[in-house]
Ligand binder design. Structure first.
Ligand code: ADP
Ligand code: ZN
Length: 736
């Protein structure tokens, strides 16, 4: 038996009866010893092993450690008919687990989410529609037949069919018995369409230099990280697609990560136009059947390119030749529950382990990446201007200190005039306000009480569209009260401040002739509806667009020439060290929506602090100087990327108990002091209460070179949290 193409010193073939260590993805799992099965097995094989009364999925991780008496060991039940997990992916999982202090089984779970991996019988037999009619039609049977029909005559496995139709296996088996469904041996999977890398685009100017450098990096192979920096519309995508093309020519596979599922379909269409076929698509919106097919195609090397969300990093590539992380600064790359990891950093890790280049693309890179490029750890390629005739928007501040606005008005006169001029000229204007709902606060005018969530430390936000108050942290809703819940006075409850829905009222009143579109994630029941709205806007079906953060991301609106930021100061409040960086990124991204085609755009920022250094930098001050100043501030404070940080988040139902435990942990800081690390807190976490659980955070700060993970493991290992208390480790927290 071949070792599945896995090379490397640690790969071994085991004879029947040899001791093997098998890693399972069970919550309390670890590498356990088993005896190799009759047919033998090799490192990386997916196997089914007995665990207590159950049979579970596992991966052969290496030789057994021999701690158990051979006579008492159980045997591997069977080896699954799937390509073995390669040494490179195993090493990646192990390193990622060490880095994030995540138990290895939880990491393995990220890599074995491919549905149906465990149900090997389904791998061999497939089902297709048969000639006979069922004797009796039930709802469940109808669903099964409809699911098969929807599959256009293609065969499905039992597991896939049950999942698609939402029925148990017995329903399907009943139909098989009657001949309404035929069972047959699985044909080979349809291959993925081949991409044609030679459908050339002619790069121009800076693009040529950048494209050549990336193509050379791919051709040469080996690890290296490159920051590809260029304003929105400068052609970053065209440039890295050249590198993808080279990767495909070399017969290797390319992975492109995008931060938003909403961006993938536009991207796939673009790749299809360029390479003549669609690449593989991997994210939570893809059907189980397709994901399973893609998983196998990636493992066998038949899928040459994958476009996906962060979880695509855990796919079993056969020969990865390039990773691209587009919009690398995007905060949604950080997974904030379950396993806490930053997909951008993990992409760099995986590239380093498998020895391939990684490209981080952004108009507004994260400070970490900027510094790494500045220090020469990453290469850096710059695209200086927008492609073709498109120019960067003119940016100006509107000093709100000089504006007097009527009650319930947020659009200043200069901004209103600019909007009017654009709309009259048949162009589009975007008003940006990063606040969902109608009003951020509901207050009692009699006593000053602000309505909060019962379970979270958050104010409830009025959503007029839903006619309810909504907690943006846990999603809880309640009716908008007419009587104050605190003082009992009636009729004095009032919305305070603007959300996008309220801004829409002002726009409708002031521009009654304009067609209005509101883009806010909560206004759309489905990703499809959101996509349709975006397409409508792109086609010119709206004059004024009001949007939250979702409009800042990558969409292309050719008619849009004016961006008005309602409150540019919004993100600058608060004490977060990243506030300046985030505000800069967001404002530049939003402004970048203006004037992407022939028409020059304009961005107007309403601000009360026009002289604030961040506002000045956004308005076209020296960008590199801004980054350098930010970096200097972090260096002085010993903060990332110059120092290392980790958060320990403790949560539980009783706030005193959570604080007590955190305090006790903070006192036992000897393991941290040994590496000269400091503990701060306990303090309420950035989200202090969610779904009734109180969250308390300890922040640990260490030198760049300190062995932080080992010290953390020893430190938290000293105290076992009580059963109702949860502890999560957050390496490189997003806010500090
Ligand atoms: P970015 O990724 O930096 O935002 P894109 O790659 O999306 O920029 O390029 C912006 C627009 O310009 C796209 O419509 C793209 O097709 C076009 N474009 C960029 N470079 C070229 C080129 N060399 N030839 C033809 N079109 C280009
Ligand atoms: Zn809540």
């Amino acid at each position: 038996r071949e070792a599945g193409g896995v090379t490397g010193a640690e790969d071994r073939i085991f004879a029947p009866g040899d001791r093997v260590g098998v890693l399972t993805a069970e919550p309390l799992g670890r590498v356990l010893d088993y005896l190799a099965p009759e047919e033998g097995c090799g490192t990386g094989d997916f196997v089914e092993v007995p665990l207590g009364p159950r049979r579970v999925l596992g991966v052969v991780w290496g030789a057994g450690d021999g701690r158990f008496d051979a006579a008492r060991l159980r045997r591997v039940h069977r080896v699954l008919d799937a390509p073995p997990m390669r040494a490179e992916l195993r090493a990646f999982l192990a390193r990622a687990a060490d880095y994030t202090l995540t138990p290895l089984p939880a990491m393995l779970r990220l890599a074995t989410r491919a549905p149906g991996l465990g149900d090997a019988p389904g791998l061999r037999r497939v089902l297709r529609a048969g000639p006979a009619e069922p004797d009796r039609m039930t709802d469940a049977r109808a669903r099964v037949l409809a699911a098969l029909a929807a599959f256009g005559g293609a065969a499905m496995t039992l597991g896939e069919l049950c999942a698609e139709a939402g029925v148990t296996a017995s329903v399907v088996k009943g139909l098989v018995k009657q001949g309404a469904i035929l069972e047959e041996d699985a044909p080979r999977d349809l291959p993925y369409p081949r991409l044609d890398p030679d459908g050339q685009v002619r790069l121009e100017g800076d693009q040529v230099v950048a494209g050549d450098a990336l193509v050379a990096a791919v051709a040469q192979g080996g690890y290296g990280t490159t920051l590809l920096k260029g304003v929105t519309g400068s052609g970053k995508t065209e440039v890295y697609l050249e590198a993808v093309a080279e990767c495909i020519r070399q017969g290797r596979q390319a992975l492109v990560l995008l931060p938003e599922i909403a961006l993938t379909s536009e991207f796939l269409t673009r790749v299809e136009a360029r390479f003549g076929a669609r690449p593989g698509e991997w994210h939570s919106g893809v059907t189980q059947t397709e994901r399973r097919r893609l998983w196998k195609m990636v493992a066998s090397g038949h899928c040459q390119m994958v476009v996906g969300a962060r979880s695509a990093l855990f796919l079993p590539f056969r020969e990865l030749g390039l990773i691209v992380v587009d919009e690398e600064h995007d905060t949604s790359y950080k997974q904030e529950d379950g396993v806490l990891y930053n997909a951008r950093d993990m992409a760099v890790l995986r590239a380093a382990i498998c020895g391939c280049p990684v490209v981080l693309a952004s108009a507004t890179p994260s400070l970490e990446t900027w510094v790494n490029a500045d220090l020469g750890k990453y290469a850096r390629l710059d695209l200086g201007s927008r492609f073709g005739v498109a120019e960067l928007p003119v940016m100006r501040a509107i000093d709100m200190r000089g504006e007097t606005l009527a009650a319930d008005r947020w659009i200043s006169e200069p901004l209103a005039q600019a909007v009017r001029a654009r709309v009259t000229a048949g162009e589009q204007a975007l008003l940006f306000l990063n606040r969902r709902g109608y009003a951020p606060v509901t207050i009692c005018r009699a006593c000053g009480h602000q309505v909060g969530c019962d379970d979270c430390d958050a104010r409830m936000v009025e959503h007029r569209f839903l006619k309810r108050l909504v907690c943006h942290q846990c999603g809880a809703t309640k009716p908008v009260p007419t009587t104050c819940p605190a003082c009992g006075v009636e009729g004095r409850m009032a919305p305070v401040g603007p959300g996008v829905e309220r801004l829409a009222e002002e726009v409708a009143a002031r521009f009654p002739e304009a067609r209005l579109a509101v883009l806010s994630s909560d206004l759309f029941g489905s990703a499809r509806a959101l996509k349709e709205q975006i397409a409508t806007i792109a086609d010119g079906g709206a004059d004024i667009i009001i949007g939250t953060q979702i409009v800042a991301k990558g969409h292309n609106f050719p008619l849009l020439t004016l961006v008005g930021v309602i409150d540019a100061d919004l993100g600058l409040q608060g004490s977060d060290l990243r506030a300046a960086e985030r505000t800069f990124q967001l404002m530049r991204q939003v402004a970048g929506r203006a004037g992407r085609a022939e028409r020059r755009g304009e961005a107007l920022l309403q601000t009360h602090q026009p002289d604030h250094p961040v506002i000045r930098a956004i308005l076209g001050g020296d960008e590199e100087a801004f980054w350098r100043a930010e970096a200097e501030e972090r260096r002085a404070a010993g903060m990332p990327p110059f120092g290392r940080m980790a958060g320990i988040i403790l949560s539980g139902p009783d706030v005193a108990q959570v604080f007590d435990f955190a305090g006790e942990l903070a006192r036992r800081d000897a393991p941290l002091r040994r590496i000269a690390a400091q503990v701060f807190g306990p303090a309420p976490a950035p989200i202090a209460r969610i779904r009734g659980r109180h969250r308390v955070r300890l922040l640990v700060k260490a030198d760049k070179t300190a062995p932080l993970q080992a010290a953390l493991a020893e430190w938290i290992g000293q105290l076992k949290p009580p059963a109702n208390l949860r502890l999560a480790v957050d390496i490189d927290p997003q806010s500090f």
